[in-house]
Ligand binder design. Structure first.
Ligand code: NDP
Ligand code: MG
Length: 316
């Protein structure tokens, strides 16, 4: 009873969807892609070699159905197509615990429910697979009438993420740490830190290109060192001047207040307030997401960044 003997259907062909589907296909699994009628991704999935089904057909074919459409759209997809469409005893997979943990999807009792959450953006999941390196992943089992769901999740993680580092967790722990990480550190915190540094230099009259190189571009070079060898090795690579500045200044930037705000961020995730706000945002047609996307595209920091990337690519 391995994944090799099962018909796998990946729902959605976006960031995670294309990566899971392609990686598993390259490993020799029987993978189809299910998309909504008229989907803009239909042609791309077909060109990538997949049989593409509509959502109803996908639900009926699947021994393993992996939900890789946006979190806010998963409950509707489950209720309309999967709840009645999936075979008895099928496997239902997630790449994030949001809808199970916050009670937005209550799976049928006969279904085997698992999670394989790559700790990586989808495009990197594919890129690192092609480089034969892989990405870390969290796996979990929520319902297991078959008694083989954990093994299936492990097979999935091995196929998609190459077993680089697979940790077993719960839907609750994955959901809460994932939301916290992206809000406080990886996306929200990081972007504001870079922007605040850039704006401080600009306000003091410095060249905006220098400010961008210093506070945005170089971030990756430093993070790459931390990624591959840790903080101490990163600090071995920077100058003594930079290292001294790091020790005496870092805590003045991430202050006690910042840490209290992090704690509050985590509490809003734990008590479900963030999830409720985000679900309402989706139901209202994404007013905040749309406004912020447009506003951020027009910011000066983006324009400078694009100019510098153009300049660097011409000199390559
Ligand atoms: P995407 O936004 O990239 O998914 C887009 C895909 O979903 C498209 O194929 C789109 O169809 C389809 N889709 C959108 N709405 C619907 C709908 N109402 N019905 C059917 N299909 C729909 O999603 P992500 O890859 O970002 O996220 C998928 C899951 O993976 C989520 O649970 C997320 O939390 C998790 N995850 C995501 C990460 C990431 O890197 N993005 C990282 C780790 C986990 P169409 O092609 O027609 O537009
Ligand atoms: Mg994440």
């Amino acid at each position: 009873m391995s994944l090799l003997e099962k018909k796998v259907v990946v729902f959605g062909y976006g960031s995670q969807g294309h990566a899971h589907a392609l990686n598993l296909k390259d490993c020799g699994f029987d993978v189809s892609v299910a998309l909504r009628e008229g989907s803009v991704s239909w042609d791309r999935a077909e060109k990538d070699g997949f049989k593409v089904l509509n959502l109803k057909e996908g639900a009926e074919l699947a021994d393993v159905a992996m939900l890789l459409v946006p979190d806010e759209n998963q409950p509707e997809l489950y209720n309309r197509y999967l709840k009645d469409g999936l075979k008895t005893g099928a496997f239902l997979g997630f790449a994030h615990g949001f809808n199970i943990h916050y009670g937005q999807i209550t799976p049928r009792e006969d279904l085997n429910v698992f999670m394989v959450a790559p700790k990586s953006p989808g495009h990197k999941v594919r890129e690192k697979f092609l480089e034969k390196e892989g990405v870390p992943a969290l796996i979990s089992v929520y319902q297991d009438p078959s008694n083989v769901t954990l093994q299936l999740a492990k097979d999935w993680a091995k196929g998609v993420c190459l077993n680089l580092g697979v940790l077993k967790t719960t839907f609750k722990e994955e959901t809460e740490t994932d939301l916290f990480g992206e809000q406080a550190v990886l996306c929200g915190g990081l972007v504001e830190l870079m922007k605040a540094g850039y704006e401080t230099l600009l306000k003091a009259g410095y060249d905006e290109r220098l400010a961008y190189f210093e506070c945005v571009h170089e971030m990756k070079l430093i993070v790459d060192l931390v990624y591959s060898k840790g903080f101490a090795a990163m600090r071995e690579s920077i100058s003594n001047t930079a290292e001294y500045g790091d020790y005496v200044t870092g805590k003045k930037i991430i202050t006690k207040e910042s840490r209290e705000n992090m704690k509050e961020t985590l509490e809003n995730i734990q008590n479900g307030r963030f999830a409720k706000d985000f679900i309402l945002e989706g139901q209202a047609g994404y007013p905040i997401l749309k406004t912020m996307r447009n506003r951020c595209k027009e910011e000066k920091i983006e324009i400078i960044g694009n100019q510098l990337r153009d300049m660097m690519s011409k000199n390559r």
